[in-house]
Design a protein around this ligand. Sequence first.
Ligand SMILES: [Zn+2]
Length: 138
Amino acid sequence: MSIKQIGPTPIQAFHTLSCHCGTVVMELHLPDGVVSPRRCDCSFCRRRSAIMGTTSEPAIRIIQGRDKLTLYQFNTCVARHYFCSVCGIYTHHQRRSNPQEFGFNVACLEGVNPRDLGELQWMDGVNHPADRLQTPTQ
Ligand SMILES: [Zn+2]
């Protein structure tokens, strides 16, 4: 699922993402729009409750606030979850299932109200893909 417009807001090829207080500002290269936005029910995401999009590291440019980003890790400590140390908003994370991939907070995209996305797919974070590597059929 590739979404090029969310509500009244077209997703730009280079779209700005910011935390709530504006300390952290990033630019994401999203030539295909927001691909497969989803929620996740792992022990962390169920509390954070963010809608996440997917991109890759070269597609992320931190414009300001890099020194104010705080890293949170847990469990296997492969995934790297970043949030603004001033306002506490999650901006992006490096994935555990594929460290070449990054997730980002769709609701932090400029002009986007995630309510306009309607019902979304849930990722099965309880049975994480990295815990099922022995069963390639999944
Ligand atoms: Zn902030």
